[in-house]
Design a protein around this ligand. Sequence first.
Ligand code: F0G
Length: 369
Amino acid sequence: MARRSVRRVRRPVREEKVAAPRTWRGVIEEYRSYLPVTTATPVITLREGGTPLLESRLGERYGIRLLVKYEATNPTASFKDRGMTVAVSKAAEAGARGVICGSTGNTAASAAAYAARAGMTCVLLIPADGVALGKLVQAIACGATLIRVQATFDGALDLARAAAARFGLTLVNSTNPHRIAGQRTAAFEVCDALGRAPQALALPVGNAGNITAYWAGFSDYQKAGRIRSRPQMIGVQAEGASPLVQGHPIERPRTVASAIRIGRPASWDGAVAAVRDSGGQFISVSDDEILAAQDDLAREGLFVEPASAASVAGVLKLVRAGKAPHEVVCVLTGHGLKDPEVVQSRAKLPPPVPATLEAIQSRLAPRSP
Ligand code: F0G
């Protein structure tokens, strides 16, 4: 064993030099003064938020600065946890018996986890078909009551609203203002990381709660004097589920990106105001463009679900049209493991080989001379 030289310690070691980096406490404690909580609010948290803002290599390739807000590192692997910690904490404060929501899967998984954390019951109304299995597994594991409804997401949400009133449960869809309040923290984090607001922010839009929340977050940070300007908001929808692009509801929304298969966004007005007041735009992308962006991101280690890749697909479409901002943050809303079906259907598992170096070598690409 190599001997280490021992240096004489002249001064006591300063505490801050050896202390572990400060632990992230979850969005309520980190942004308490911006949230509708008091000392009487029980904090139901899984230490959500504090997600990385990363530079993407795609920016270099396309000649812009492209950053991604990687929301997959949240406790249930989607951005929904930011709003859910606030909504469930407020429900607990109000003495709620349980929570309910309609969902394409991620809200359901998040509600199930936070309700379990709070010791509440959780009822989930899910479209009978087309919801990614990984999300339902999360919800079932956390002990939620899962009800598959013969309806689209829009029908399930209508029913959830009515059921909340009938059965005395708290609705935790993004129509609950506490969800929006919590999701604003993502905008705060982007600004805190950059020291200012980005030129533009692109995100996938389904029920339109998140775009409403980001815009509220940037606006509140500006009012508080934390940033000077606000970004252009770019709302990206899948072509077959693009009511905000087309300007009218879609009866039968279709897209491979099941999380945003929504025809009648509940926060329609909030989304329209965000795009209008920021000088931004709504755009739609094809399923092929979404899956290509999903591949591109995975090739740099960012495995996201198809819906999440829509933000990047939208920006790349603007680049090709010569209309892209020079700096944009794309929100990557959820993890690829939640919805692996499409990738799985294209990837073939290779047959096994004997445990020898020769067998390994035969599988490696021949080296270039
Ligand atoms: N990305 C993912 C991964 C989502 O799950 C959702 C929405 C969105 C984007 C769009 O966000 O609805 O605020 O515009 N999922 C909801 C759910 C509808 O039930 O999980 P939005």
